[in-house]
Design a protein around this ligand. Structure first.
Ligand code: FFO
Ligand code: ATP
Length: 206
């Protein structure tokens, strides 16, 4: 019988392939649809101005938060991107200046760009964290790239405490049920181009 680890690896390979095979048009429409999904979220919970919000730069066919990012900047939120440490993540401030200045960036060991920031801050200083993912289920289960970075970063988070963890995904990344491991931190919300799935009870972010 295949082990749970083998099962996660097989699923990871299949779901990564599925998202990489989406067309450029499908990717653009999906990125745009996230703004609508976010508007649904912010009308359901109270997200006041000037929040600290973590996004990510798209990689390997992930749904792109770049249009959502422009929207959040326009609302006056502070945007952060993950910075890979040894085994977990800190978050670096990301501003519109980064869009046209290559010197403000460097590449991490996975070839993903990170803002150069001498004092990135802890994930617990975020109000909302949008997480990339490979697979999800409707119970808040998340399968990531396999590094355990987000799980370690939020390992001591109690339910209800900030930040609100929101998985972003294409619809083709949904699976019926993911086997949860002891270290897996469940998502509070999942946003796809067509769904806003709320797992925990949250009425506001402050
Ligand atoms: N866009 C994005 N940023 C992210 C993550 C992510 O999943 N997506 N992470 C989520 O934790 C962290 C980085 N973890 C990652 C783990 C593996 C790979 C990856 O592409 N692995 C390749 C091998 C690349 C290499 O070693 O050079 C692979 O498995 O094919 C990327 C990011 C922080 N930033
Ligand atoms: N809190 C933790 N403490 C110690 N090890 C952990 C913790 N969280 C995860 N790990 C380890 O990280 C490894 C990868 O975990 P997992 O497969 O759940 O990563 P992932 O969620 O897919 O990755 P990512 O969050 O980077 O996208 C596991 O082998 C697990 O042992």
């Amino acid at each position: 019988m295949p082990s749970a680890v083998d099962f996660r690896q097989t699923l990871r390979r299949q779901l990564r392939q599925a998202r990489r095979h989406l067309s450029t048009t499908e990717q653009s429409l999906a990125a745009e649809a996230l703004v609508k999904a976010y508007q649904g979220l912010s009308s359901a919970i109270n997200i006041s101005d000037g929040k600290n919000i973590a996004l990510y730069l798209t990689n390997d066919g992930e749904i792109s938060p770049h249009i959502l990012c422009e929207h959040l900047w326009s609302l006056g939120h502070n945007i952060y991107l993950p910075v890979v440490k040894e085994q977990s993540l800190d978050f670096a401030h990301y501003t519109q200046q980064h869009l046209d200045d290559d010197t403000l960036w460097h590449e991490n060991r996975f070839g993903i760009k990170e803002p150069v920031d001498v004092s990135p801050i802890s994930g617990f200083e975020m109000d909302l964290v949008f997480l990339p993912l490979v697979g999800f289920d409707d119970q808040g289960g998340r399968l990531g790239m396999g590094g355990g970075f987000y799980d370690r970063t939020f390992a001591n988070k109690s339910e209800q405490a900030k930040p609100l963890l929101i998985g972003l995904a294409h619809d083709c990344q949904q699976v019926a049920s993911l086997p949860m491991e002891s270290w897996d931190i469940p998502l509070d919300v999942i946003m796809t181009p067509t769904q806003l799935i709320s797992i925990t009870n949250h009425t506001q972010t402050d």
